[in-house]
Design a protein around this ligand. Structure first.
Ligand SMILES: Nc1ncnc2c1ncn2[C@@H]1O[C@H](COP(=O)(O)OP(=O)(O)OP(=O)(O)O)[C@@H](O)[C@H]1O
Length: 296
């Protein structure tokens, strides 16, 4: 399957501290991917490297097979909304739409205008006078109007109210279904991500903890509840990701390599949220997806 974004041992350092380290991942075409991790995990750094705003200090990042830092031509295929949704504050939304139409090859003016109308946002007001959430909506409308092949969104819904959030994610999904755009969006709102994403990248402390298709990851993990567990191997379990114990009972989130049939264990399916929380809690033990054998 074709990969839109690929990184190989990608690293970015600020002074002596690595903001992103040994990051190897693939994002296949057509996916809507969640980029998840605690504050300071390296999410924005990864997005900035992918859009060529930062130059790697180690390894490589390729978007559509090219280095975004050295090849500005591919930027026409990438839409990016940064975390603080920077816009020229003295410009009106209408002026920004006109500017977009002059600067972009595949610009969809009607889409941008319709979204603003749908949202009840005046196209004639300087965007600096809009609320933070309204400005985010304008930035997102402009990003969709670019009709990019890859859309990178850094916490796009953080400043939106719950209804606006739901509406935006629906609009995003509609646009993706129509155009086949690959999306990578960072967010802390796991329930939102669970609704819209079919791929996930979990970062912690500058390193990739988990990456893969949501279906594959959910299929290859289980929660086990049973007698207090020591180190003894359990048939069907490739690795224990997270364990919690009482005096007599253990609850394990495990990666499986076959069915767990030992009757001592009650086996439950996991949700994406269970998985993300388990891998985030286990952030001290990073590994590449290759090491886990999780399909990319
Ligand atoms: N310009 C900078 N100068 C120095 N350190 C930086 C800079 N930008 C980011 N960092 C550091 O790099 C690390 C990763 O930051 P990054 O912004 O990528 O995290 P994040 O996962 O996007 O966090 P958040 O969820 O808070 O937005 C952090 O430790 C941060 O302090």
């Amino acid at each position: 399957m074709e990969n839109v974004l690929e990184t190989d041992q990608l690293g970015k350092r600020y002074g002596k501290a690595w903001a992103l380290r040994d990051c190897s991942l693939r994002l296949p075409v057509g996916r809507v991917a969640a980029l998840v991790g605690p504050n300071g995990a390296g999410k924005s750094t990864l997005l900035h490297l992918a859009v060529g705003l930062l130059r790697p200090d180690a390894g490589a990042v390729r978007v559509f097979g090219e280095s975004p830092y050295n090849n500005t031509a591919i930027l026409s295929e990438i839409g990016f909304v940064a975390q603080d949704t920077p816009l020229y504050r003295d410009f009106t939304a209408a002026e920004l739409i006109t500017m977009g139409s002059k600067l972009n090859r595949r610009w969809d003016t009607a889409l941008a205008r319709n979204r603003l109308a749908q949202l009840g946002l005046s196209p004639d007001q300087p965007v600096g006078k809009l609320s933070g959430g309204q400005r985010a909506q304008v930035a997102l409308a402009l990003a969709l109007a670019k009709r990019p092949k890859l859309l990178l969104l850094d916490e796009p819904v953080a400043s939106l109210d719950p209804l606006a959030r739901r509406e935006f994610l629906q609009a995003l999904m509609g646009s993706v279904a129509e155009t086949g755009t690959t999306v990578l969006l960072s967010s802390h709102l796991l329930a939102d991500l669970e609704r819209v994403c079919d791929y996930v990248i979990v970062l912690h402390s500058a390193q990739v903890q988990l990456v893969g298709a949501v279906d594959d990851l959910v299929d290859s993990h289980r929660q086990l509840i049973g007698p207090r567990h020591g180190d003894a191997p359990i048939a069907g379990v490739a690795a224990v990701v997270r364990a919690s114990h009482t005096d007599r009972q253990s609850t394990l989130l495990v990666r499986t390599n076959g069915p767990v049939t030992d009757p001592a264990w009650t086996v439950r399916e996991v949700t994406l949220e269970d998985l993300i929380l388990a891998y985030l809690a286990d952030g001290a033990a990073p590994a590449s997806h290759a090491a886990w054998g999780v399909p990319a």
